[in-house]
Design a protein around this ligand. Structure first.
Ligand SMILES: *Cc1c(COP(=O)(O)O)cnc(C)c1O
Length: 369
């Protein structure tokens, strides 16, 4: 048993003094939100880091997704093809926009949307495709965008797991009509709560600005019906501080990742998602897939780890369409591969500061079963 509980992740924190020094100017300016100096500075630095031309910061990833979907103005009840193998936020963002999610099965090798099954789901009511770069895996985005082009559909990527991922040498936020990042405390890079939309469409930012700030365009001028989804200055400063340390953080993750891979490859019954040779990883998560050859099975291992104080997670089980709120509403989705992955997957604890000792203890438990 480890002395302390080990959770699946632990939020990275900048040195205390660094953050305290960085927020001190707020006590002079008293400017705490409303697209302040640090909001603008973080937007600028993130454009550099993510290699995108423009970015709109939001209060969290979910609102970024909801508002970007809303910004396209799709007709009520229109269909959106999406993945069942994701965090529930993706599906909620579609449904809360009064659109109909249509679940497309995923690829066994990396858990991303199966591009060969998209076309059969397209109807005259389809308006968009919302794929997810699950665990930072980039699926067949060329094919997805070709289909979208042929059928005149929008592509909005949920890139919440893909912060800093590059594909074919370009920032992942350059693909599709828009990409949404999450900067939640549990993500590779965080602003406590936060998110952003990246797109190469300059007009889109005008609509997003209105949606995230009540449609206010002047002291006495409201041009549209907007929500409030602005990032505040304390969060923006947390982001600026974390960005100072992101390289060492990802390097720390890379080392742990290699060690996990090395020792787990020796154990029968453990599979990994395939690496994409065209993508530069961010080492966001460490998912494994258990096969029958692994005696304890997925649930047995999950239990065994918990008995040692290690809290791995079954992301994403159950899949979105099997959750109570959607099963009732839409019935059983035909997505056998997603359901199988959900039964086999386990996310192991993984964060830069985890250290060798904890990792060795986790590996010992996995080897013993
Ligand atoms: C974290 C996450 C979100 C939501 O982001 P928040 O910043 O927590 O609102 C959406 N989609 C996926 C796949 C996520 O992992």
């Amino acid at each position: 048993m480890l002395d302390e509980k080990v959770l699946v992740t632990r939020s990275s924190m900048p040195p205390y003094e660094e953050y305290i020094e960085a927020i001190r100017p707020l006590w002079d300016s008293h400017w705490l939100t409303n697209m302040g100096k640090y909001h603008r500075e973080l937007e600028k630095q993130l454009c550099d880091y993510l290699d995108v031309p423009e970015l709109s910061l939001m209060v969290n990833g979910h609102m970024a997704l909801e508002l970007v979907i809303q910004s396209f103005g799709f007709p009520e009840g229109a269909e959106v093809i999406t993945t069942p193998f994701t965090f529930i936020s993706t599906t909620h963002a579609i449904v809360r926009n009064r659109l109909q999610p249509v679940f497309c099965d995923v690829r066994a090798e990396d858990g991303t949307m199966d591009e060969t099954k998209i076309e059969e789901l397209i109807t005259e009511r389809t308006v968009a495709i919302v794929p997810v770069h699950v665990y930072g895996n980039i699926g067949n985005i060329e094919k997805i965008e070709e289909i979208a082009y042929n059928y005149d559909l929008k592509v909005i990527y949920d890139a919440a797991h893909a912060f800093g991922v590059k594909y074919k040498g370009k920032g992942i936020g350059n693909y599709g009509d828009a990409s949404v990042f999450s900067f939640h405390a549990t993500k590779v890079f965080h602003t406590i709560e936060g998110g952003a939309v990246a797109s190469s469409d300059h007009e889109l930012y005008q609509r997003l600005y209105n949606l995230k700030n009540f449609g206010i365009r002047g002291e006495e001028l409201v041009v549209s019906v907007g929500a409030n989804a602005k990032m505040n200055e304390f969060s923006a400063i947390m982001g600026l501080c974390n960005l100072n340390h992101i390289a060492e953080d990802i390097e720390g993750r890379r080392k742990l990742w290699s060690k996990y891979r090395e020792r787990l490859s020796e154990i029968p019954g453990i599979d990994f998602f395939a690496d994409n040779p065209d993508a530069e990883k961010n080492y966001a998560y460490f998912p494994i897939l258990l096969r029958e050859e692994y005696p304890a099975g997925r649930d047995g291992l999950y239990q065994a780890l918990q008995e040692e104080g290690v809290y791995a997670r079954k992301y994403f089980y159950p899949i979105a369409p099997d959750q109570k709120c959607y099963r009732k509403k839409y019935g059983r989705a035909e997505v056998p591969v997603a359901r199988e992955l959900a039964d086999r997957v386990l996310i192991l604890p993984f964060y830069a500061e985890m250290g060798q000792e904890i990792q060795d203890r986790i590996l010992d438990v996995i080897e013993r079963r």
